[in-house]
Design a protein around this ligand. Structure first.
Ligand code: PMT
Length: 397
């Protein structure tokens, strides 16, 4: 049985070309057992008729804030109270701005202001509008307030542009909605994760490391624990507090991380390698601090570290082994090769050359690569991304 069975879903439709996909979304949500009511903005009605939405949802469609008859039947406050979740799909740049400023100028924005339920938006707009600072600032505000942002996807747009801004497919939006009501999708499962950087000692005061903050791995650990999993987080040095309900093991080097993972991987169903593990370490760690010499150059001989995730995959005992690929160039090509070479079930490709995502940022854009294909997930905080990834992983196992 779907977690959407008997849930009241209020679908808000705003004025974008993707509004035609909302009709399909009603079908998907209804098939999953949801009772769907539709609120349309004036602009939405230019793209698709209320009659279509009414026929598909089996409920009257709501369009006007100041309609005496409608308010008597089910006004904006009742609609807000009725909804277990509000999904706005498509959600235009204009409506995102309205939500950010708290405007209550039409029925849908008023319902959103009055509602206590979860609010999710599936943005759809031209790629330049999506990338505009104003849109991104408005989105950041919404994310801060706990609004769920599903998508957008990347691809060819109705206007001929190519880029981020396509609304997610109705089936993807329906899966995200299901996930909102899933409690404990990983209940009874054991998840082991690595996070943060490793430090490879050169001498007692110096080391080789990288820019990983641990934010992505910690967000995944939090999301896994919230999904009911027995969660073990093995982390290199970071400034983050361990998430609640997580067994936390602090390590420094790749060898220590490897030992900690191998000691705890038994009976795990999921392993997630979010750590940025140093591929090499100095052959020797000097016993005392190295001194400057007369020479203008200095070499440090390096030797390979164990490949932790490949070792986990080789055990063939973990149902789902998920790696990250942090790349500065040829992202997808390298990520695809890592999935194959390390025998991973899924790789999350992370472009660490871009400002504002990847290392040490609060947000991330990734491409999820598995045997079924590739999906881009962008414009989310690391925690929201982690929640979506945990849902995908739960489906896999
Ligand atoms: O920590 P943040 O600041 O939040 O940044 C997040 C992140 C960019 C660190 C993270 O999202 C990420 O991409 N982590 C993987 C970084 C990395 O080391 O990628 P890689 O392409 O070098 O490694 C591929 C995979 O093999 C990774 O899952 C890695 O954990 C694993 N690996 C690599 C080397 C090694 N010796 N052992 C491993 O297990």
């Amino acid at each position: 049985m779907s977690s959407l069975t008997n849930k009241n879903v209020l679908l808000g439709v705003t004025g974008g070309i993707a509004a035609y996909k909302s009709a399909e979304l009603i079908r998907r949500l209804s098939e999953l057992g949801a009772d769907v009511r539709v609120v349309m903005t004036r602009a939405a009605q230019e793209f698709i008729t209320p009659l279509t939405m009414q026929a598909l949802s089996g409920n009257p469609v709501h369009t006007d804030l100041l309609d005496v008859a409608a308010e008597a039947a089910m006004g904006h406050i009742q609609l807000a109270r009725w909804a277990d979740i509000i999904i706005i799909a498509p959600c235009t740049a204009d409506f995102i701005a309205k939500l950010a400023t708290g405007e209550g100028s039409d029925l849908l924005s008023t319902v959103c202001l009055a509602a206590k339920s979860d609010l999710a938006i599936a943005p759809a707009m031209n790629q330049a509008m999506w990338g505009h600072q104003a849109t991104q600032a408005n989105l950041a505000q919404l994310i801060d307030r706990g609004v769920k942002v599903w998508g957008p996807a990347s691809g060819e747009q109705a206007c001929g542009d190519v880029g981020l801004g396509r609304m997610l497919e109705p089936s993807e939006i329906a899966s995200c909605a299901e996930a909102c009501f899933d409690s404990g999708v990983l209940a009874g499962k054991k998840v082991v994760l690595t996070a943060g950087p490793t430090r490879e000692a050169i001498d007692p005061v110096r080391y080789i490391s990288n820019h990983s903050s641990g934010k992505m791995g910690y967000a995944l650990a939090r999301a896994a624990a919230e999904a009911g999993a027995q969660t073990i987080l093995i982390s290199g040095p970071t400034n983050l507090p361990p998430p609640a309900d997580v067994e936390f093991i602090a390590v420094e080097s790749a060898e220590q991380m490897n030992a900690a993972v191998m000691a705890r991987i038994e009976n795990a169903q999921v392993f997630i390698g979010a750590a940025a593990v140093a591929d090499y370490r100095p052959v020797q760690c000097a016993a005392a601090k190295l001194k400057k010499t007369a020479s203008e150059t200095m070499s440090i001989e390096l030797t390979k570290n164990p490949d932790i995730i490949a070792g986990v995959a080789e055990t063939n005992q973990v149902a789902c082994v998920i790696g990250f690929a942090a790349e500065t160039d040829n992202l997808l090509e390298y990520a695809r090769a890592k999935r194959v070479n390390k025998k991973l079930d899924m790789v999350i490709a992370n472009d660490v050359s871009q400002p504002g995502i990847g290392f040490n940022s609060d947000n991330n854009n990734v491409t999820v690569i598995d045997a079924n294909g590739e999906t881009e997930i962008a414009g989310l905080s690391k925690y929201q991304l982690a929640k979506q990834l945990i849902q995908l992983i739960a489906q896999k196992i």
